[in-house]
Write a protein that binds this ligand. Sequence first.
Ligand code: FAD
Length: 340
Amino acid sequence: MKSVVNKVAVLGCGISGAVCASVLARNGVSVTVFESGRGPGGRMSQRRETTEDGKELFFDHGAPFFNVSDNNVMNLVHEWEARGLVAEWKETFRSFDCISCKFVDTEKDGSGKKYVGVPGMNSICRAMCHEAGVEAKFGITVGRLEWLDDINSWSLISLDGQNLGHFDGVVASDKNAVSPRFTGVTRRPPPLDLSLFPELALKLQDVPVHSCFALMLAFSEPLTSIPVKGISFRNSEVLSWAFCDSSKPGRSATSECWVLHSTAAYAKAVIRETGLQKPSNEALTKVVEELFEEFQNTGLDIPQPFFMKAHRWRLALHPCDSPLKHAQTSPCMPSIFKEG
Ligand SMILES: Cc1cc2nc3c(=O)[nH]c(=O)nc-3n(C[C@H](O)[C@H](O)[C@H](O)COP(=O)(O)OP(=O)(O)OC[C@H]3O[C@@H](n4cnc5c(N)ncnc54)[C@H](O)[C@@H]3O)c2cc1C
């Protein structure tokens, strides 16, 4: 690696890649972000859907919100708040027991402020990748990273063989860059060969990540039978959480949008049956039916939504960040920006 790094490629425009790109650019580095997806956000994305009659709906179908326990990160979040990129979501959450069909717990005081991106969870990533010194390229999957000794640079090649240029340094924000899972989906070797660093390769492989299905629902009227805007489910094999997206600050109030999350065990069982490839419409329709049925089985008087769609997150979250882990005690705060 050169002692002075002027030009860096960042793989991935999720929160890690976007913040990293912004910090590098503020320190005078010229940064190019490559993102496989059509837009910024990664697992902090916002999904836009259009109904048959032309109504636009927006869902935070990935991470629903975040809280912060680290002071340095808090300073960053205050800066984002001042720029109007994030706002506090001041709603109370409760646990719901699916056996007794009753709410059993209220969020404890001091469990942390909940923050959301405004107008969507992807707002932070979108802003970071438009900062001076950052160029973001979407719809490009980096397929190969090669160190060229003769010119002291990294060469990047896209999955479809396009030359993406030479860089002094590379930041891979997604462990997919070295993961055999990349091969499972693309049938190609992962972009970065870590054979010279077997210990690191093993450590990365060992980072466990749970899968999750998200069900996006839109209702024409507010769900008045539900007294809160976030629910963690206990004793359900199917549902782990439900969030009312339209109660977040800066969202359109024309429809009542909710996002339900499946349990990791449910997602694992479905993926075992359907495989790693993109799920078929038939498989997703079954997921829609099963998650919605469980929601209705709560007895919370859930009307028929005018829009329902499921999304599979094959790699959603680390088990330690999973609300599931805490669901038996009290609703927990997602901790995307936690210490350490
Ligand atoms: C439904 C759901 C619920 C969640 N709930 C919680 C929670 O309660 N608490 C919590 O702490 N966390 C939660 N998370 C996890 C949280 O969203 C993630 O930990 C966080 O957003 C990860 O950010 P990241 O930038 O590290 O990765 P990502 O957001 O995954 O970004 C990585 C990006 O890299 C791109 N990429 C990968 N390989 C390449 C390549 N070769 N070339 C180009 N681009 C590439 C990907 O397309 C992706 O956009 C949840 C996630 C989901 C999906």
